[in-house]
Design a protein around this ligand. Structure first.
Ligand code: ZN
Length: 280
């Protein structure tokens, strides 16, 4: 999956370290990130590439191995021609994959900083905590931590069949699995049962935890489950959110373009595991 960057190691520990010349600087504008062309390749700029063009505000985000990533803010609009903007959705296809993971993780943090410049309670400008990744209001003292929304994804099986869905609207046209955000007061298991029933009218049993995936594209952490259909109830599509839901036999997975086989996402990992269990 996108976050599985071994043998490289993601190090999210907070630090007050200062930027150095060779550190990577991620600069976002809307849904795009700044890249620089070097020797025919598009890569993230280092501090030395962009130091003339950015504000002094550069904040440490995380490291991958010994490569430190910082967040920067542009002060000029007209950049030299070797600079370009890349849509963040293309992080899914970035080569090497660990760079795409770094980019989207930086984008998640950048969006959080951007949306929390002011206190939501008293509207003062927030300060950065000196001891942890948090923003603190100098007036009312409220502490804001990075926002991660828990969500669930469920591969519902019925013998040799798997329940696939497709969302209405949006650009993603391939099969997905039932997924949704966890409500306040709900367990992950409750959310899995509720979402499957809401989206497809199917009741489930024997929930089995599989794996989780940080999914910064939606600011979430996804928990993946397997579950079995309970009883013999038929699919009733929630036609507000879901455009399509169906049982697909495992033998139809190979060669079917509607299944994402990249392994980048939790849905593709769940589908691959479903197929593996029936064929090995
Ligand atoms: Zn406040």
């Amino acid at each position: 999956m996108l976050h599985e960057i071994s043998p490289r190691v993601f190090k999210p520990e907070y630090s007050q370290r200062k930027v150095e010349h060779d550190d990577v600087v991620l600069i976002f504008e809307g849904d795009e990130v700044l890249i620089v062309e070097k020797e025919g390749r598009n890569i993230f700029p280092t501090y030395i590439d962009v130091s003339r063009h950015i504000e002094n505000f550069v904040r440490y985000l995380f490291s991958i191995d010994d490569i430190a990533f910082f967040l920067g803010f542009l002060k000029v609009k007209n950049l030299p021609e070797e600079f370009n903007w890349l849509p963040v959705r293309l992080f899914r296809e970035m080569d090497p994959m660990w760079m795409g993971f770094a980019g989207i993780t930086g984008n998640h943090l950048s969006n959080w900083y951007e949306a929390h410049r002011f206190c939501g309670r008293c509207s003062r400008v927030m300060n950065h905590s000196e001891k942890e990744r948090a923003l603190v209001c100098p007036e009312c003292g409220i502490i804001e931590y990075p926002k991660i929304s828990p969500a669930i994804m469920v591969a519902v099986t019925n013998g040799e069949n798997i329940l696939v869905t497709r969302y209405k609207g949006g650009s993603y046209k391939r099969y997905s699995l039932v997924a949704g955000f966890v409500e306040i007061g709900e367990t992950l298991e409750d959310a899995a049962r509720r979402e499957v029933y809401e989206e497809t009218g199917i009741k489930i049993k024997n929930l089995e935890y599989f794996k989780s995936q940080p999914w910064a594209f939606s600011g979430s952490i996804l928990s993946g489950f397997f579950a079995e259909r309970e009883g013999d109830n038929e699919i009733v599509i929630d036609d507000v959110e879901i455009g399509y839901a169906a049982w697909i036999h495992y033998s139809e997975i190979p060669g079917n373009e509607l299944f994402d086989k990249s392994g980048f996402s939790l849905s593709s990992a769940l589908i691959q595991e479903f197929y593996r269990r029936l064929t090995e």
